[in-house]
Write a protein that binds this ligand. Structure first.
Ligand code: GLU
Length: 505
């Protein structure tokens, strides 16, 4: 029975790389009819941000990544918020003290800082480990009575793992293969802090064990911690129920190397968070995929393919298709580069696959904000004419606004290149041709205007560009006769008239 968890620390908005971790866990769980759990790892009180948990839940709900158990769902292994499990961890830390796999350490942070600085001055790095611990202030160097006394006096202490000397720790990562580390290179990490809370390492391993997690699928930044976690399973005697590990490759910035950061997003103009986030401390706003106009199914598709390949000759996958195709062995070892153009391309694919009605219900309120009121039916019609040019629903605004209101301005470069002294007369004539029919027919109107231009040996490109400029304000947009048909010959005449009045050479 597969049981996997997404275990974010609520320290701020969820990074898009974290969303990908959640997605891969979800796909893996669904593929194997397993259980997907949301566990909130909030043992670091100094970095705790209250709004983050809700943000995580809202982000994943928006994307359709659903949990079976978790803080917001409940479940057999409640509670799923580590701060609420606080009391339980102490006993596990004590178990390690009793078996000699952990020890009390009384060194103050000032003392440790001093040691770090001293080592730095000698161009070395200080580590609390097998080499240094016997010269430090801990239960390995103090007598039993001294330790007892300090604890009774209420002196602050931490509990550290006691890494054995010169032992190999082996683990097989499902993505990276065999990993071997010698314990002499590892430090004696703190397991239990002076504030009465466990550290990530202890709480994470204890909870994975108690919650019967079968696979730990998480970001590559946790790979260096994995040997310690394996060692903890050994110390507790839980090897037989140790989960399998899969460390996911990093999400890299689009240009150069290195992890995709918020700064890259700001610099290159794309969000690195699923939803907009306003920092409760500074009020600083960070953009989100949702508010930038990405469709949730497009974001899922984009993320799924950043670090995993299906082996199939296609790129567009629904969630169910992803579940069916997903496997850990097709996850790549190397980092995946985020590609903004590709992300926009995906969104465009999802946009054109949506019905005109669905898009019009999303576009309608945006236009209403600009004071444009129209029926969904009419909107669906202009959407059909312009959707090939749009990547986001908001792109429809510049692409369609001229269907509803005449231009306020005219593109100066088009005027310069195309407008000439004879144009007003020519456009007035065309305006008459268009208004000459009792019932307007766009094909007939088109043929008549073409015939007029040809009969008078006018420059087709120039005239059509100026006509478009009068109606749209620019030299772009869908088929001009479609626009004229939509706005009607009378409105066309008014727009031509206004252009002639406004455009001065
Ligand atoms: N709390 C850790 C994090 O924030 C979880 C890492 C893990 O999945 O073990 O990423």
């Amino acid at each position: 029975m597969v049981r996997v968890r997404f275990a974010p620390s609520p320290t701020g908005p969820l990074h898009i790389g974290g969303v990908r971790t959640a997605l891969y866990n979800y796909l893996f769980a669904k593929k194997h009819n397993g259980t997907f759990i949301l566990r909130i790892e909030d043992t670091d009180q100094t970095r705790f941000v209250e709004e983050a948990e809700q943000y995580i839940i809202e982000s994943l709900t928006w994307l359709g990544i659903e949990f079976d158990e978790g803080v917001h769902k409940g479940g057999e292994y409640e509670p799923y918020r580590q701060s609420e499990r606080k009391e339980m961890y102490k006993a596990f830390a004590e178990q390690l003290l009793d078996s000699g796999n952990a020890y009390y350490a009384f060194d103050t942070s000032e003392e440790l800082d001093l040691l770090r600085k001293k080592a730095e001055a000698e161009k070395k790095a200080f580590q609390y480990d097998t080499h240094t611990r016997l010269s430090l202030n801990n239960s390995l160097t103090l007598s039993k009575e001294e330790v007892q006394h300090k604890i009774e006096l209420g002196e602050p202490y931490v509990i550290r793992i006691k890494m054995p000397e010169n032992q190999e720790i082996n683990l097989t990562d499902l993505i990276r293969g065999d990993v071997q580390v010698n314990t002499s290179t590892l430090d004696d990490k703190v397991l239990f802090k002076s504030d009465g809370m466990p550290t990530y390492h202890l709480a994470n391993v204890v909870d994975d064990y108690l919650m019967k997690i079968t696979h730990v699928i998480r970001g590559e930044e946790w790979l260096p911690s994995a040997p310690l976690h394996v060692f903890l399973y050994q110390c507790f005697g839980w090897e037989s129920s140790m989960p399998q590990f899969a460390h996911l490759p990093l999400l890299l910035k689009p240009d150069g190397n290195g992890k995709l950061s918020k700064r890259d997003g700001d610099r290159l103009g794309f969000p690195v968070f699923p939803l907009e986030w306003i920092s409760p401390q500074s009020g600083e706003k960070s953009s989100g995929y949702r508010e930038s106009g990405y469709f949730p199914d497009a974001v899922v598709n984009i993320l799924a393919l950043l670090g995993w390949n299906s082996g199939l000759e296609k790129e567009i996958f629904s969630m169910q298709e992803l579940i069916d195709a997903f496997s850990l062995d097709r996850i790549s070892k190397s980092g995946a580069k985020f590609d903004l153009d590709k992300a926009r391309w995906f969104n465009h694919q999802y946009l054109i696959s949506k019905s005109d009605e669905e898009l019009s219900s999303q576009l309608k309120p945006m236009l209403e904000e600009l004071g444009i009121r129209t029926s969904e039916e009419k909107l669906a019609k202009v959407i059909a004419l312009t959707k090939e040019r749009c990547h986001f629903v908001k792109d429809f605004i510049p692409q369609t606004i001229f269907f509803f209101q005449g231009p306020e301005q005219y593109d100066a470069s088009v005027i310069k290149k195309r407008w000439s002294a004879e144009i007003p007369e020519i456009l007035t004539k065309i305006s008459h041709i268009l208004n000459d029919q009792t019932t307007f027919d766009k094909e007939v109107a088109h043929d008549k205007v073409m015939a007029y231009i040809q009969d008078h040996q006018l420059n087709m490109g120039q005239v059509m560009n100026c006509l478009r400029l009068s109606i749209v304000g620019e030299a772009k947009g869908p088929d001009l006769f479609e626009i004229i048909d939509f706005i009607g010959p009378k409105e066309t005449a008014l727009r031509i008239e206004k252009a002639i009045q406004t455009i001065r050479l």
